[in-house]
Design a protein around this ligand. Structure first.
Ligand code: MOS
Length: 758
C-alpha cells in the first residue's frame, strides 16, 4: 500500500519546541495493534447488560403493540401479575407520570413512554414486565390481555406519495434548494436522463442489540447503556424523567456497533430506569433481535427522481434531484438524500428537494451515512446512465464535471484530491480493460461487469474536551467522554496522547464511555476522531507545559532555570535543546511533585466551518459476476481509494473503510425490511431473513487512502472515516451489474428476481 505505512517524521514531532502555540505534527506515529484488541478477543470487554450491578438484578421485557394505529382501551394484567417471578407490570394505566411538558420538554416525544394510550405504530412499546428472570418476564408478557380500538393506518408508502409534504423543520441544510433556471437549462440540454430510483426500509442491526442496565441509589440513577453518545443519553434521561442532570451517571466502555441507531436515546432506556425505580432493584433490559425493527429507528424508504441535462461533450448543464421519504406520524426524520447532489458536480443550474410521507411506523433515524448512502446510490446510477447516453467513459464524465469549489455554497474546499482517487483506484482496478458494451465479458456461466461511482461524505467536527495525566511512574492517563463502537477510538486516543507526550503508547491508559469524563460529541457523523484527537493533543500539551514549569522551578531538577524555549521532549524525558544530555524524566518530575500532573484540553471547530466546505472523497470500482441461469449477482472485488485527510491509524481506519464497503454491497444486493402494508409490521424482522452480506458475499476489497493531511480542517489533518465507505459503493455494484447484464435495476436491493424480470 501507499506511504501511509511509514510512521512519517516522528523525530520532528518529538523534538518540537515546547511552546503553547505548537501545532501537533499531522503525521501520527501509529499504534499497530488495537488498544482494546486483547479485551475484545478474550471476552474481558463487557457490554451494557453484562456488567454486575450492586445488587441482584431483575429482568425487563418490552411488550409491543400488535396494531399499527389506534388506542389501547384496556390491559388486563391480573393473570400476568400473579405469574411466577413477576415483580411489576407497567402499562400506560399505571406507569409513573413523566414530565411531558414544561421549560425543558423531552427532546423526543416518543421517548416519553407509557404516558398515553395512543398507538402510532405496530411494535410500539406499550407495557413492560419486570421479573426475577427474563424467561418469567417473557412468559408473563404473553399473559397480558390487551384490547385496542383500531383506527385506519397510513401504511402503503407507494400509494401515498401524492400526500407528501415538506419537512416541518429542515435538517443540517434546507429541505429544498434551487440555483439557476433548471427547466430552461433542461429544455436546452443535448442529452438528458430522467429516472426514478428507490431504496427500501433498512434496519441497523448492530451485533449488540440495544441494551440498558439501570439502578437507583436514592435519587441517583446509574446506567450502563449501549450508546453512541453518553452525554446526550444523560441529558435525555434526566429531561425525560424530570430529574437533575447531575443525578444521572452513564457508562458505556464498549458499544457493540451502532451505525446511528444508538446516536439517540430510545424508549427502552427510559423504561429500564422507570422499572428500576418501581422494583427498587437494578434492571436489565436488552431488546430481542426482532425488537430492533421499530422502537430503535431505521432507515427510511426513499423514492428519488433524478433529471440530468448535459452538453454533447458531457458538461452537466442541469441537475434536479427530488426525494420523497417516509416519516413517522409521530415525529419528522428526514433522510437528506439530495444533499450531496448540491455539491458533488459542477453545475450552475441545480434543484434539489425533499418531501415526507407520514406513515404509522416507528420514528426513523440516522443510519450509516444518512443521506449520502441513499443519495449516491441513486445519483451515481444516474451518472452511469448519462455516460452511456453520451457514449462516454463513466469516470471521464465525473472528471469533466469536477467541482473545483463547492458549487452550492460557492466556498473553497478545505482539501480535495478526488482526481487522484479516480486515477489511483482506476489503475489498481484495471478500469482500462472495461468494455462499455454490456455482456461483453463472459467467464463460464457468468456475465462479468465493471462499474464505478464517486464517494463523498461531509467532514464534521464538534467541540470536545479531554484530560491527560502524567503519573509518577512515567505512564499517562488519557480520558475523554467519547465512545468506541468498535471503530478504534481507544487506539487513537492512546496513540494521540503518546505522540503528544513523547512516550510509548504502551504506557498510556485510555478511558472513555463515562459521563464523568470531559465532554465529547456523539460518535456519529464521522466526527469523533476529528473532534477528540485535537482535544487530547491539547490536553497533553497543557500537561507538558505544567511539567516543564515544575522542572524549571525545581531546585532538584537538572533543568532548573532553563528558558522554556530551550526545553524539548522525547522518550518520556524533558531535555535542554542546547545540551541534550541535560534531562529530567517525567517520572522523576511527577514523583517529586507528589501528585499526577494534569492537563485539561479542548478543541473547537475552527474557521473551516464558515469559510470553507469540508468533505471527504473517494472513487469506488466494483467487479461483479452474474450467473446467466440463476441471475444471482456476486461481487468479486471492490477497489476504492479515499481522500480522508490524515490516516490516523492504518489498522482501524482501513478497517472502517472496509466495513463501509461491506455495507455498500449489502445495500446493493441484500438489505431490505419488508413491511406488511396491512398490519404495519416488518415480516422479516430477524437476521435469518433480513439479509446482510457474509464473507462469501464480499470477494476481495482493496482500499487505499491518499493520506494527504487537511490541516485547514483540523490541526491533525484528519477527516472522518466512518461513513464514506458506504457511499458510492452500492451504485458501483449496480453499475457493474448493468455492465454485466445490460439490465438497469433502479430499485434496491438488486435481487436475482429483479434481474430476471428486467
Ligand atoms: Mo452515524 S449514522 O452518523 O452514527
Amino acid at each position: 500500500m501507499s506511504s501511509h505505512l511509514e510512521p512519517a517524521k516522528p523525530e520532528a514531532m518529538m523534538q518540537a519546541p515546547l511552546v503553547a502555540s505548537d501545532a501537533p505534527n499531522p503525521a501520527p506515529k501509529q499504534l499497530s495493534t488495537r488498544y482494546d484488541g486483547r479485551a475484545k478477543v478474550t471476552g474481558a470487554a463487557k457490554y451494557a447488560v453484562e456488567f454486575k450491578p450492586p445488587a441482584d438484578p431483575a429482568y425487563a421485557f418490552v411488550v409491543q403493540s400488535t396494531i399499527p394505529s389506534g388506542s389501547i382501551t384496556a390491559i388486563d394484567q391480573t393473570v400476568a401479575a400473579r405469574s411466577a417471578g413477576v415483580l411489576a407490570v407497567m402499562t400506560p394505566f399505571n406507569a409513573p407520570r413523566l414530565p411531558v411538558s414544561g421549560p425543558q420538554p423531552p427532546a423526543r416525544r416518543h421517548v416519553t413512554v407509557l404516558q398515553e394510550t395512543d398507538v402510532f405504530y405496530n411494535g410500539q412499546p406499550i407495557a413492560l414486565v419486570v421479573a426475577n428472570s427474563l424467561e418469567e418476564a417473557m412468559h408473563a408478557a404473553s399473559l397480558l390481555k390487551i384490547t385496542y380500538k383500531r383506527t385506519p393506518a397510513k401504511l402503503d408508502f407507494a400509494k401515498r406519495l401524492s400526500e407528501s409534504r415538506p419537512p416541518k423543520s429542515p435538517g443540517r441544510e434546507p429541505g429544498a434548494q434551487t440555483r439557476g433556471d433548471v427547466p430552461a437549462a433542461m429544455a436546452q440540454a443535448t442529452v438528458k436522463i430522467d429516472q426514478t430510483y428507490t431504496t427500501p426500509y433498512q434496519h441497523h442491526n448492530p451485533m449488540e442489540p440495544h441494551a440498558t442496565l439501570a439502578w437507583w441509589e436514592g435519587e441517583k440513577l446509574s446506567v450502563y447503556d449501549s450508546t453512541q453518545y453518553i452525554t446526550g443519553d444523560k441529558q435525555t434521561i434526566a429531561r425525560t424523567l424530570g430529574i437533575p442532570l447531575d443525578n444521572v451517571h452513564v457508562e458505556c466502555p464498549f458499544t457493540g456497533g451502532g451505525f446511528g441507531s444508538k446516536g439517540s436515546t430510545w424508549s427502552h432506556v427510559i423504561l429500564a430506569a422507570m422499572a428500576a425505580r418501581a422494583v427498587q432493584k437494578p434492571v436489565k433490559l436488552a431488546l430481542e433481535r426482532p425488537q430492533m425493527w421499530g422502537p430503535v429507528g431505521g432507515r427510511p424508504t426513499t423514492v428519488q427522481r433524478i433529471q440530468l441535462g448535459a452538453t454533447g461533450d458531457g458538461k452537466l448543464t442541469a441537475i434536479q434531484h427530488d426525494v420523497t421519504v417516509h416519516t413517522s406520524i409521530k415525529e419528522d426524520f428526514l433522510e437528506p438524500s439530495a444533499d450531496q447532489t448540491r455539491m458533488l458536480y459542477a453545475s450552475d443550474t441545480n434543484r434539489t428537494s425533499h418531501r415526507l410521507v407520514d406513515m404509522n411506523l416507528g420514528v426513523a433515524t440516522f443510519m450509516r451515512a444518512p443521506g449520502e448512502s441513499t443519495g449516491t446510490a441513486a445519483l451515481e446510477i444516474a451518472m452511469d446512465e448519462l455516460a452511456e447516453k453520451l457514449n462516454m467513459d463513466p469516470m471521464q464524465l465525473r472528471v469533466v464535471n469536477y467541482a473545483e469549489k463547492n458549487p452550492g455554497s460557492d466556498k473553497p474546499w478545505s482539501s480535495k484530491n478526488l482526481r487522484l482517487c479516480y486515477s489511483q483506484a482506476a489503475e489498481r482496478f484495471g478500469w482500462a480493460k472495461r468494455n462499455a458494451k454490456p455482456g461483453s465479458i463472459i467467464e463460464g456461466n457468468n456475465l462479468i461487469g465493471y462499474g464505478m461511482a464517486t464517494a463523498t461524505y461531509p467532514a464534521n467536527r464538534s467541540s470536545c474536551q479531554a484530560v491527560v495525566r502524567i503519573l509518577p511512574n512515567g505512564h499517562a492517563f488519557v480520558g475523554c467522554g467519547t465512545q468506541d463502537l468498535g471503530t478504534g477510538t481507544y487506539t487513537i486516543m492512546a496513540q494521540t496522547a503518546a505522540n503528544a507526550l513523547g512516550i510509548d503508547p504502551s504506557l498510556v491508559e485510555a478511558k472513555l464511555g463515562d459521563s464523568t469524563l470531559p465532554k465529547a460529541p456523539v460518535s456519529g457523523g464521522s466526527q469523533s476522531t476529528a473532534s477528540y484527537a485535537p482535544a487530547i493533543a491539547d490536553a497533553a500539551l497543557q500537561a507538558r507545559l505544567k511539567l516543564t514549569q515544575l522542572a524549571i522551578d525545581d531546585p532538584q531538577s537538572p533543568l532548573r532555570g532553563a528558558p522554556v524555549v530551550d526545553i524539548a521532549f522525547k522518550d518520556g524525558k524533558l531535555f535542554r535543546k542546547s545540551s541534550p544530555t541535560t534531562s529530567d524524566s517525567y517520572a522523576a518530575i511527577v514523583t517529586r511533585a507528589g501528585k499526577p500532573v494534569e492537563g485539561m484540553g479542548s478543541a473547537e471547530p475552527g474557521e473551516d466551518q464558515t469559510s470553507m466546505s469540508t468533505h471527504s472523497w473517494g472513487a469506488v470500482f466494483a467487479e461483479v459476476a452474474v450467473d446467466r441461469d440463476t441471475h444471482m449477482p456476486a461481487v468479486r472485488r471492490v477497489v476504492a481509494t479515499y481522500d480522508i485527510g490524515t490516516l490516523m491509524n492504518k489498522t482501524t481506519g482501513i478497517n472502517q473503510l472496509h466495513g463501509g464497503i461491506v455495507w455498500g454491497i449489502g445495500f446493493a444486493l441484500h438489505e431490505e425490511s419488508h413491511l406488511d402494508n396491512t398490519y404495519g409490521r416488518y415480516v422479516n424482522a430477524n437476521l435469518g431473513e433480513y439479509h446482510v452480506p457474509v464473507n462469501r458475499d464480499i470477494g476481495q476489497i482493496d482500499v487505499t487512502v491518499l493520506d494527504i493531511p487537511d490541516t485547514k480542517f483540523n490541526p491533525l489533518g484528519a477527516r472522518g472515516i466512518g461513513e464514506i465507505g458506504i457511499t458510492g459503493s452500492a451504485a458501483a455494484v449496480a453499475n457493474a451489474i448493468y455492465n454485466a447484464t445490460g439490465k438497469r435495476i433502479r430499485q434496491y436491493p438488486i435481487t436475482p428476481d429483479k434481474i430476471l424480470l428486467a
